[in-house]
Design a binder for this molecule. Structure first.
Ligand code: UD1
Length: 365
């Protein structure tokens, strides 16, 4: 039995690292195909070294570009790889372009398609990730949902594939990192005081690469903050800040501490010790909940609505009218009541084992 796992962005590397180990453990041969969408040292080489993930046999070297470019080139370069490797199934993770590339590759070569993180929906078709999710789930033969909410989304769409709830690979990774970070990142505790900083991250195209919107988001840093904000900046966003001539100005802002993109374990440490997290990332919302911290999401619509229902996440739709008083609203949210924390919401840390067994079962059918 042979699986081809298609990855290309930072979060996929983190998740594939856990999954490939479980697949290999039960005798499924695995080859990793890297599309090359993320290539910067901070997003790729450092992470590969840090996690010690198995080496990808192929790098499709797609690089940066618009969605159509990345998908078209990715699929064109993936097809000969599928022919060469002749896998029984193709595994895609999440909703970024490499996941769609893998899914189209499976469709065009008539392979079994496995989709991890199925059923995630924001219902916002302005975001390329939402379009990717719908396509991938409509093509997948075997789908693994992280939560019941995701499972229910799929039931409404009457998808054809086999669906199950397995938990989230990010929870597996988080359980592992939790044991590791406190021993290995002692130096951080002298730099960042517990509960005395906010962690801020921003990378989404709709926030960071749309000029007016980006300006509105940056507006929040002109307010008076009660605690400093630590912002590890995505390399693409650094380019955007420089292009808009605000990089130097933000570096001088006394509320803000701009730092280079973090490695995986550092990021988990900073989430765990923060006061709250402000982000537009889906994965960081999950990790923030696992670390029992409140999360402000800079999005109009979100995927894990349940986190909002139980008071652990809040959406802030920043537009020209309401980009003011952000800090005041943050304070109200910080002090608001939340439902008790459910440590099993995203699984018990064994999602990869469950997935691997279900894939084997399916291939044996
Ligand atoms: C992509 C995914 C998003 C995922 C995110 C994780 C899509 C449509 N989006 O968004 O779902 O949450 O990855 O980080 O696939 N750049 C660099 N170095 C790199 C890669 C990119 O500097 O290694 C710059 C380029 O200028 C590029 C920009 O960052 O244009 C955006 O990168 P891209 O991969 O297109 O999208 P992400 O925002 O990273």
């Amino acid at each position: 039995m042979k699986a081809l796992v298609i990855i290309g962005t930072r979060p996929q590397i983190i998740k594939a690292n856990i999954l490939t180990k479980s697949l290999l453990d039960i005798g499924i041969e695995v080859e990793l195909v890297y599309t090359g969408q993320h290539y910067s040292k901070e997003l790729f080489t450092d992470l590969i070294e840090e996690l010690g993930i198995m080496e990808a046999k192929y790098n499709l070297q797609v690089g940066s570009g618009d969605n159509k470019y990345q998908i078209r080139l990715g699929v064109t370069r993936l097809l000969p790889v599928i022919k060469e490797e002749n896998p029984d199934c193709i595994i895609t993770i999440g909703d970024s372009n490499p996941a769609l590339v893998g899914s189209l590759g499976a469709l065009l070569t008539d392979r079994i398609l496995v989709h991890i993180e199925a059923g995630l929906r924001s219902n916002d078709l302005r975001e390329p990730e939402e379009i990717n999710r719908i396509y991938i789930d409509s093509l997948a033969d075997l789908m693994f949902c992280s939560t019941e909410e995701n499972y229910n989304n799929l039931s409404k769409e009457m998808s054809c594939g086999e669906v199950s709830i397995t938990g989230d690979l990010l929870c597996d990774a988080w359980c592992y990192s939790n044991k590791y970070i406190e021993n290995c990142l002692n130096q951080f505790s002298s730099q960042y005081a517990d509960n005395e900083y906010y962690l801020f991250t921003l990378h989404r195209k709709s926030n960071a690469y749309v000029k007016d919107r980006f300006k509105q988001v940056m507006q929040i840093f002109s307010e008076e903050w009660d605690f400093p904000v630590v912002w590890p900046v995505h390399p693409g966003v650094i380019l955007e800040l420089k292009k808009n001539n605000i990089f130097d100005c933000l570096c001088k802002n006394k509320n803000l501490l701009l730092i280079p993109a973090l490695n995986y374990f550092e990021c988990q440490w900073l989430i765990k010790h923060s006061r709250a997290v402000i982000t537009d990332s889906v994965g960081i919302q999950v990790e923030t909940y696992l670390s029992r911290k409140p999360c402000v999401v800079i999005r109009d619509k979100i995927e894990h609505n349940y986190l909002e229902d139980i008071g652990w996440s809040i959406r802030v739709n920043l537009n020209a009218v309401n980009s003011h008083n952000f800090v005041y609203r943050l304070k109200l949210f910080y002090e608001s009541e939340r439902k008790p924390h459910n440590p099993l919401l995203f699984g018990d840390g064994n999602a990869a084992v469950l997935m691997a067994n279900k894939i084997k079962e399916y291939l044996l059918k």
